[in-house]
Ligand binder design. Structure first.
Ligand SMILES: *Cc1c(COP(=O)(O)O)cnc(C)c1O
Length: 293
């Protein structure tokens, strides 16, 4: 098992009224990417403690969570199976999952709606199988993400993160509360109608003080990547030498720069963006990227 994790903090080149850093969780591992490792760490520890050596989980065909689970399971000597949402497809992500030894079971969108029933349909009597929800969502995942706050310097004023389910954001807010940090958390949902994220976070933290939700940066919805976003991504990467993924972190960084430009932050604010990794998401946007590059 990988136990020690730590990622560097890198200052961005920026000539404005604030200072910007990136918490490089994308550097934790290329395949067990960023927040997916933070989320899996205690989930896997629990599975091992219960002597369940077969991880069973769920995700879409380009899910960073599936690849992270496949790679982390292989390194820890665990078996892994994934139910993949939708019709049978092949892509680079699933190829890597298979290389790591993960077994893939494609499931209709209808069947996928009830994950427990899917799990039970094959693993009900299997004492080794351990159910891990889509994206790893669980109290253990929140605990793992809360640890990110320990790694931030004490004088950070604002922390930004992208949200899909909001589990990572819940962990960050929990860490902020537990450590009584004077730090504002800015969450950028990458899907349309992201207001529900506040409720998801509240379920874990019971308080949403210090939370700021910025719901206008979904660019049309989950995995929607219009040219404006891809242009931003290319400019950022060529200027800073840091890759972003089009589904999560490109929207996050776009939002952060836009809010700074709109005067959202006082002068000399110290702002950190959490880079949650997921860079193989670039492979899912090959055609769109080719059109703008
Ligand atoms: C999964 C993922 C997220 C979203 O995390 P949640 O905990 O579901 O909100 C953010 N960034 C990247 C790169 C991801 O892969």
């Amino acid at each position: 098992m990988i136990t020690d994790i730590y990622s560097p903090l890198q200052e961005l080149k920026y000539t404005g009224p604030v200072r910007l850093w990136v918490k490089r969780d994308d550097l934790i591992d290329p395949y067990i990417s960023g927040n997916k490792w933070r989320k899996l760490k205690y989930v896997m520890a629990r599975a091992i403690a219960l002597n369940k050596l077969h991880l069973v989980t769920f995700g879409g065909a380009y899910s960073n969570h599936l690849l992270a689970t496949a790679a982390a399971a292989a390194r820890s000597g665990l078996k892994a199976t994934a139910f993949v949402r939708g019709e049978v497809v092949e892509n680079e992500m699933l190829l890597l999952c298979r290389l790591y030894g993960m077994k893939l079971i494609f499931s209709s969108r209808e069947a996928y709606k009830n994950k427990r029933a899917l799990f039970d349909s094959i693993f009900k009597e299997d004492p080794n199988a351990y159910f891990i929800d889509e994206g790893g969502a669980s109290p253990e995942a929140v605990k793992g993400c809360a640890e990110i706050i320990n790694e931030l310097p004490p004088d950070v004023d604002h922390l930004f993160c992208a949200a899909g389910t909001g589990t990572t954001a819940a962990g960050l807010l929990k860490g902020i509360q537990q450590q009584k940090r004077n730090l504002q958390l800015h969450v950028v949902p990458v899907l349309k109608g992201g207001d529900f994220i506040a409720g998801e976070i509240y379920n874990y933290t019971r308080s949403v003080e210090q939370l700021h939700l910025h719901t206008d940066y979904h660019f049309g919805g989950y995995a929607k990547t219009p040219p404006e976003l891809l242009h931003f991504m290319r400019n950022f990467t060529s200027e800073q030498g840091i890759l972003l993924d089009p589904v999560y972190t490109a929207k996050l960084f776009y939002a952060m720069y836009d809010l700074i430009k709109k005067g959202h932050f006082s002068e000399n604010s110290r702002i950190v963006a959490l880079h949650t990794g997921g860079l193989l998401g670039l492979l899912g946007k090959k055609e769109e990227l080719a059109r703008i590059l």
